[in-house]
Design a protein around this ligand. Structure first.
Ligand SMILES: [Fe+2]
Ligand SMILES: [Fe+2]
Length: 179
């Protein structure tokens, strides 16, 4: 038998054994709860991003839009994992959405949400470790690291506002970012 045919056969066998893999109930519940968090963040950030665009703060618009896109990837990966485990992804549930009325409020509300996300991902990783679900640990760790970058961004915005004052900070946000 040719080597390539053999590899194909092995892959097909693996597929058959992984299809229908049942996930741990607790892990599935937590994955769906994380999904609700991500879907909430997408909505909150998209509104903030468009408000910034409307005010002409294009740099801020692009930065928040990029974060909304990151959260979309997270939601997509969580849905993929839930389906892999034969679970049903709940995409109709949203948590409380906190829209800021000012740029300061937006950054603060988004940062609060990110801090909550980091806590939730750390808790979920612990649970996945307890049930020896390394695939979920790896996925959640990858997402957690991206959430930490989001927090870093929000903290640096807070520091810039403190150092240069809100008016100067906002003047900087009107520039169109260089691609
Ligand atoms: Fe996320
Ligand atoms: Fe995030």
């Amino acid at each position: 038998m040719k080597n390539s045919t053999k590899i194909k056969e092995i892959k097909e066998r693996q597929l058959i054994t992984t299809i229908g893999m049942k996930g741990n109930k607790k892990v599935l519940t937590v994955l769906n709860s994380l999904l609700a968090d991500e879907l909430t963040a997408i909505n909150q950030y998209m509104v903030h991003s468009e408000m910034c665009d409307n005010w002409g703060y294009l740099k801020l618009h692009m930065a928040i839009r990029k974060q909304a896109m990151d959260e979309m990837h997270h939601a997509e990966w969580l849905i993929e994992r839930i389906i892999f485990f034969d679970g049903s992804p709940t995409v109709s549930k949203l948590n409380n959405i906190r829209i800021g009325k000012t740029v300061a409020e937006m950054i603060s509300n988004d940062n609060d949400y990110e801090l909550g996300a980091v806590q939730s991902y750390n808790d979920a990783i612990k649970l996945a470790q307890e049930v020896s679900d390394q695939g979920t640990v790896d996925l959640l760790t990858m997402i957690l690291k991206m959430e930490e970058v989001h927090i870093e961004w929000a903290e640096s915005q807070g520091e810039q506002i403190k150092q240069m004052g809100m008016e100067n900070y906002l003047v900087n946000q009107t520039e169109v970012p260089v691609k």
